[in-house]
Design a protein around this ligand. Structure first.
Ligand code: FES
Length: 149
């Protein structure tokens, strides 16, 4: 990864306060933050990798596993939450055997939580790739996930 990553890091040489833009650039390149890349960024910025993880986990935009073929996003914003968003998330976690933020071992599905899709009238909402599914129930969500398998 070394030389692949150096192109990403070079523009940040000598800059201060660049951790977030660097992590964004790394994620844009790889689709997530590979462990090896985080260690290289740590060397580059001369700071402990643990500190980078501490910062990165604070921001929901960063992911630490490769994205799956399909991205399943479950809205847990207020409108969706009060209409059962958490139960839908639970049903999908069970169906896929992973937790939010993870990717299935076969790399078919990545699961993410979202704070609001901006279509609260359709709550509860899940989005798979670019398709919005409205008025979800745990049962319907499981069926839809199965149709992608
Ligand atoms: S809270 Fe779910 S779409 Fe707004």
């Amino acid at each position: 990864m070394g030389s692949e990553l150096s192109g990403v890091l070079v523009p940040f040489q000598g800059e201060k306060g660049t951790l977030i833009p660097i992590l964004q650039a790394v994620q844009a390149k790889f689709g997530y933050l590979p462990e090896e890349a985080v260690f290289e960024v740590a060397r580059f910025l001369d700071m402990p990798a643990s500190e980078i993880y501490g910062v990165a986990t604070f921001y929901s935009q960063f992911r630490f596993t490769p994205p799956g073929k399909h991205t399943v996003k479950v809205c847990l914003g207020t409108a969706c939450y009060v209409r059962g968003g958490a139960q839908i998330m639970e049903a999908i976690e069970t169906e896929l055997g992973i937790k939010a933020g993870e990717t299935t071992p076969d790399m078919q599905f990545g699961l993410e939580r979202v704070a609001c899709f901006g279509c609260c009238a359709l709550a509860p909402v899940i989005v798979i790739d670019d398709t919005v599914y409205s008025k979800m129930t745990p049962g319907k969500a499981k069926e839809i996930i199965s149709s992608y398998k």
